[in-house]
Design a protein around this ligand. Structure first.
Ligand SMILES: Cc1cc2nc3c(=O)[nH]c(=O)nc-3n(C[C@H](O)[C@H](O)[C@H](O)COP(=O)(O)O)c2cc1C
Length: 180
């Protein structure tokens, strides 16, 4: 039962966009009767993350493919986090026109590290509808992002629609993962 699942959203942010998008993701879950606990990565630990059944992580990319600082500092803790048997999904924020050679690179960085925690990953998202040259956050020959791609700088008008579809998608995928 997803309504009784423990769902957490861990985010890092420099200028609040990733936090605000996180709040909108939580609101979308609330429409399904699901409470999501938001945790700033500066307040997170392995123990905090391991208590959740479904873990959503949000990260923006900064300075030409750079990792948001709080997430970078959290890396050692993340690498000793054990999420075997847990499900995880990612969302990333970036600017596809301003930084089209590094679009959402930090989400790709976080994806690689999450795989090491043995979490079951859901929430892959099509690259169609975005315009960029290169990204470390794509998989399957560039057809998918490793998580939800949000661009508040250039495509803010699409954010609500994207969040709505993605939350529906991950709820369905989480149910399937629980049934498997
Ligand atoms: C100086 C600067 C560097 C940036 N570098 C990148 C980048 O390399 N790749 C990218 O996709 N977005 C880049 N961005 C866009 C940010 O990721 C985007 O504005 C994001 O919404 C910020 O999220 P935050 O408010 O949660 O920190 C950059 C923005 C600025 C101002």
């Amino acid at each position: 039962m997803i309504e009784s699942a423990n769902v957490g959203l861990i985010y890092g942010t420099d200028t609040s966009n990733t936090e605000e998008v996180g709040e909108r993701i939580c609101e979308e879950f609330a429409k399904h009767g699901i409470h999501v606990q938001m945790v700033n990565v500066t307040e997170a630990s392995s123990a905090v993350i391991e208590q959740f059944d479904l873990i959503i992580m949000g990260i923006p990319t900064w300075d030409f493919g750079g990792i948001q600082q709080d997430w970078e500092e959290f890396e050692p803790e993340l690498l000793v986090t054990n999420l075997q048997g847990k499900t995880a999904a990612l969302y990333g924020l970036g600017d596809q026109f301003g930084y089209g050679d590094y679009f959402l690179d930090a989400m790709g960085w976080l994806y690689e590290r999450l795989l090491k925690t043995k979490a079951w990953m859901i929430g892959y998202w099509p690259t169609e509808g975005y315009d960029f040259s290169a990204s470390l956050a794509t998989i399957q020959q560039g057809s998918l992002f490793c998580g939800l791609a949000i661009d508040e700088d250039q495509q803010f008008d699409l954010t609500d629609k994207r969040i709505h579809s993605w939350v529906n998608q991950i709820i369905g995928e989480f149910k399937q993962a629980c049934a498997a």
